[in-house]
Structures are given as C-alpha cells and as structure tokens.
Design a binder for this molecule. Structure first.
Ligand SMILES: CC(=O)N[C@H]1[C@@H](OP(=O)(O)OP(=O)(O)OC[C@H]2O[C@@H](n3ccc(=O)[nH]c3=O)[C@H](O)[C@@H]2O)O[C@H](CO)[C@@H](O)[C@@H]1O[C@H](C)C(=O)N[C@@H](C)C(=O)N[C@H](CCC(=O)O)C(=O)O
Ligand SMILES: Nc1ncnc2c1ncn2[C@@H]1O[C@H](COP(=O)(O)OP(=O)(O)OP(=O)(O)O)[C@@H](O)[C@H]1O
Ligand SMILES: N[C@H](CCC[C@H](N)C(=O)O)C(=O)O
Ligand SMILES: [Mg+2]
Length: 485
C-alpha cells in the first residue's frame, strides 16, 4: 500500500522525505520492525519508543512516525512528525486495513464492571438472531464461531484493525467490543467508526494509571465524546456519572435504569440462584443470569438490541435462554450441597455486588466464605477496600494471592490486611498459596455453605514474575469440593 494513502486523515506537523513509497507493514515495537515497515515511536509508560529509532533503521525500516524528530536524517528515509504518535497509529492502522470498522456495525461498551458480560451477551444474542457476529473481549475474541485468544480487554490498534478486517472478510455484520479506559487514553480506538456506545457504570479501579477518579471519568467520557452524530449513546441513568458521560456527545442520547426515569426500564421481581425474574418494558421475563447487577447488564443488552432495530419479543425470547460470560458468577455444587462460586470481581464495587447478591439470595443460616486476592502491578489503593468489603459481607475470609506479577505476594497481602478492622480480624485468614486457600475454604465449609472465589474468573493462569503458570479457579474449586464430598 502507498504511504500517502495510509496517511489519510493524519495531521502532519513536519515531513522529511517522500510519501509516494510502498509500505508493507506497520509496527510500534522495534524488535519486530523490518524492511518495508513504518515504525511508530510511542512514548509509553515504561520506556520511550523514540530511543529505538536507530535500531529500526538498522533493521531496514524506511518510514518513521514520531513526535520528536531526530537531529540528523538518513538519506532516502521518510520522517513524519505528528503531535501524538498513538493517534497517528490508530488512524494509520485503520487505513492500512481498509477501515474495516466502517464496513460492519461496531458497538463499543465501556464502564468499570459489566463490559465483558454485556459484550458477550450481545454477541450470543445477535448470533442466535441469525447474524454473523464478531466479539472483542477480555475473555476471548471471536470471529463468528472462530475463537482468537485475547491478550488485552481492548487490543492495540494494529491487532484491533486486523481482527475487524478478518471479521469483515468472514462476512460479519456486527461487532461488539469492550472499550477499556486504557484504550481510550492510549487512543487504541482512534480512527474507528462506531454505530453505538454503551456505558455500564464507573467505580473505583485503575487509579494507578489514571491517578484521579476525575481523570478516570474523563477517560470513559472520551469514548462518548468521540462518537459520531448518527450513532447512539446508551447510558445507565442510575449511575451517578451516567449523565456526565453523555454531556458532550454528538450521538443520540438514550438511557436505561432500574430506579430512574429512562428510555429502557426494568424492575426486579425475583432474584435467586437459578436466575432473575424481571419486568422489562411491561413484560415479565425469566433470565438465567444471577444477581441484581446483571439486571443492569441485561437491560443494557436489551436497549442496545432495540436501538439496533431488533424486535422486542424476539430479543427477550432469545435473551431469556442465554447464560452469561465464563467466570462471572459461575457456580458448582457438591453432593453435600456446598455451593462454590467463581467470579471475576476484582474491584471493591464488584466484590460488594457479588456478595450482596449472595446475601440477598441465601436463606440465612449458611456461612459465606470468601477467598480473595488483589493483582500486583495494578491499583494499590483498591487492596484494603476490597479486603474490607469482603470482610463486611462474609462470615469468613481467606486473603490470598491473585496475579502477583512483579510484586512480592506478601506485600500485596499486607496492603489488603490494612483494610481489615480489628473486629473483622478474627474471621480472616491469610494463606498466600491460592490453591491452599481454596482447599482450606472447602474444608471450613459445612453443608449448605457458600464459597466465593473472587478476582480471577475465567483466567487460566497465575502470573508470577513474568511467568504464567496454569491455574484455574473453577477447576481447583470443583476438584476440592469433590474431594470432600
Ligand atoms: C499500561 C499499559 O496499558 N501498557 C500498554 C502499553 O504499553 P506501554 O505504553 O507501557 O509501552 P512501553 O513498554 O512503555 O513501551 C513504549 C513503546 O516502546 C516500544 N518498545 C519498547 C521496548 C523495545 O525494546 N522496543 C520498543 O520499540 C513499545 O512497543 C512501545 O510502543 O502499550 C502496549 C502495546 O499496546 C500494551 O501491550 C501495554 O499493555 C500492558 C501489557 C498492560 O498490562 N496493559 C493493561 C494495564 C491494560 O491495557 N489493561 C486494559 C484494561 C483492563 C481491564 O480492566 O479490563 C486492557 O484494555 O486490557
Ligand atoms: N453491571 C455490573 N455492575 C457491577 N458489577 C458487575 C456488573 N457486571 C458484572 N459485575 C461484576 O464485575 C465482575 C466483572 O464483570 P465483567 O467481566 O463483565 O466486567 P468488565 O467490565 O469486563 O471487567 P474488566 O474491566 O476486567 O474487563 C463480575 O464478575 C461481577 O462480579
Ligand atoms: N483486566 C483487569 C483485571 C485484572 C484481574 C485480576 N485477576 C488481576 O490480575 O489484577 C486488569 O488488568 O486490571
Ligand atoms: Mg472485560
């Protein structure tokens, strides 16, 4: 492809060299760049891509996109100075792959909790309704029935546009994708055309990256600010910041809520371990998903489907048959009727939602035993709060490791313990080995008790010092529950 075609829509501050040259690849990692590639020098959180420019030139790269031009230029090469290399990467990645997002109907879902659930339900719903659909999510990406492993919630612009192109080539009509706050700030979604945006909620998370809650709100809002006029923007009116999200959007504003006036309304009639009975748009429907927070997710899915022109009855009929996403309120029971629940709750709000759901459903005498840890190299301020919430809502809590990544697991546990009040201390144990923690919870449980293993959901690994060891909460919980039955 010609460089000048790929540059369409990019604001160039300064150009050195020609643009009528052929480009065969785009790359932002010097270690992968070679002849025919354009190298993007990105200022990251760990290092500055500009320092690798000489290496990429030595490897045969002949086009450099950067924010700071080098002091000297090599003959025959092209240097393109832009204000923000991430923005240029997004736009050029979209151009390079033929702007696939404009060739299907792309809907983005953002918010602290619920993105995977909403995106996955939309994927399943539209597939059942007979469409060819794509999915981009934390658990996995999908091109119709083909599964493509996910590395991020929202992939980098190159991986993202390649996936979208593969979806278009496979005949997909819709794509439902999660839009993380990191993706908005790092412009991973720059250059994409959305037909709709959905907001789930915003609570405490990722303050290591965004620094303040205000910045975090702005990041999520940035997605709605960038939506085009013909798109819809569907928000949760019950969330304190639901309206803020849509303040400056050009898109058509729509809302859903359980408590406020909204375009799409629902009421919880019954919430049990077998599912949710909702009154939705004056119809009473039973859904297989458990927990009042899922009433919001279901309503968001319903609203989106209606805004995309689907028939109300068809949507509700299919939706009532669907199960949720893997590792979200996933439960197993043994012959002694001990219930084990695996859930991806990894924020204070999600932990509280899951535990309050359990507490609303249980009959009263059973104990709730929670096994919980916090990830390393992530927001440290959520650690004591998550431990506190777990203690406040459980009869026993076992603090354990999540993905320590490069941190000392015991240091993470000390941060969590700081949130445990003196009165809660007597119901808390600390067992760093996650398998041992789950095993202990199973041994402490009596018939009828409920064990919640929170934080890792669908993850099939535990990351310790850069190595991912096989680890599956549901597998271990099932094995341990069977051993004692
Ligand atoms: C904090 C963060 O989001 N980091 C992402 C970011 O990396 P970065 O900005 O830190 O990059 P860096 O390591 O400083 O390097 C800067 C530049 O130099 C380049 N480089 C670096 C070394 C070298 O030898 N040569 C070279 O060219 C790098 O390729 C990069 O272009 O850009 C990279 C490429 O796109 C991502 O892989 C990386 O994700 C890391 C692995 C990550 O863990 N991200 C998480 C926090 C994340 O994105 N999570 C969200 C939300 C999760 C959720 O709540 O669902 C997600 O969307 O997944
Ligand atoms: N609407 C909701 N409100 C509050 N909590 C929720 C909601 N939906 C799901 N949760 C809780 O949050 C956890 C994560 O849900 P889900 O994976 O759908 O969210 P996510 O936004 O995709 O998370 P991530 O940012 O990690 O990808 C669930 O396991 C559940 O405990
Ligand atoms: N996708 C989120 C969730 C992490 C879940 C938890 N298991 C952890 O490792 O912290 C993140 O990267 O922050
Ligand atoms: Mg997700």
């Amino acid at each position: 492809m010609q460089l000048q075609e790929i540059l369409y829509g990019v604001t160039i501050l300064k150009l050195v060299g020609v643009t009528n040259r052929t480009v065969t690849a785009l790359e932002f990692d010097s270690r992968k760049a070679g002849p025919g590639a354009v190298f993007f020098a990105i200022k990251g959180t760990m290092t500055d891509g500009h320092q690798y420019i000489p290496q990429t030139i030595a490897a045969g790269v002949d086009v450099i996109v950067c924010e700071d031009l080098p002091e000297t230029f090599e003959d025959g090469l092209s240097y393109i100075q832009v204000e923000n290399a991430n923005v240029a990467l997004g736009i050029m990645a979209a151009n390079f792959y033929g702007n696939p997002s404009s060739k299907l109907k792309l809907v983005g879902i953002t918010g602290t909790n619920g993105k995977t659930t909403i995106a996955t339900l939309l994927f399943k719903l539209f597939t059942e309704l007979g469409y060819a659909v794509g999915l981009i999510s934390t658990v996995e990406n999908q091109i119709k029935e083909q599964v493509v492993p996910a590395t991020h919630t929202t992939p980098n612009p190159l991986a993202l546009n390649l996936l979208l192109k593969q979806m278009v080539d496979a005949g997909c009509v819709y794509c439902f994708m999660e839009v993380s706050s990191h993706a908005v700030v790092q412009h991973r979604i720059e250059g994409l055309t959305f037909v709709g945006g959905v907001f789930s909620n915003i609570t405490h998370d990722h303050l290591d990256f965004h620094k303040t809650f205000d910045n975090y709100i702005k990041a999520k809002k940035g997605f709605f600010d960038s939506l085009p006029k013909h798109a819809f923007a569907l928000t949760n009116a019950d969330d304190k910041n639901g309206q803020v999200m849509l303040q400056n959007t050009r898109a058509t504003r729509k809302s859903y809520a359980l408590k406020q006036m909204a375009d799409f309304k629902a009421k919880i009639i019954e919430n049990s371990f077998s599912g949710l009975n909702l009154e939705i748009d004056q119809l009473e429907v039973f859904f297989k998903l458990v927990g009042s927070f899922n009433a919001y997710n279901l309503l968001a899915v319903y609203g989106t489907a209606i805004l995309l022109g689907e028939d109300k009855m068809n949507v509700l009929t299919v939706l009532s048959e669907l199960s949720g996403a893997e590792g979200r309120f996933d439960y197993v029971a043994n012959t002694q009727k001990i219930i084990g629940i695996v859930d991806y709750a990894h924020t204070p709000d999600a932990v509280q939602n899951v535990l309050s759901t359990i507490s609303n459903i249980r009959k009263g005498t059973e104990q709730v035993i929670t096994v919980i840890g916090c990830g390393g190299d992530r927001d440290t301020t959520k650690r004591p709060v998550m431990a506190q919430v777990a203690c406040d809502w459980s009869d026993k809590v076992i603090l354990t490791s999540d993905n320590p990544r490069t941190e000392d697991p015991n240091a993470i546990l000390r941060d969590m313990e700081a949130g445990v009040s003196p009165t809660n201390r007597r119901k808390t144990l600390t067992i760093a080995d996650r398998k041992e923690a789950i095993r202990t919870a199973c041994h402490l449980a009596k018939p009828g008790d409920i064990i919640l293993v929170a934080g890792k959901g669908h993850e099939k690994y535990q990351e310790i010092n850069g190595v991912r060891y096989h680890f599956d909460d549901k597998e271990i919980l099932t094995e341990q529950l069977n051993l004692i039955s």
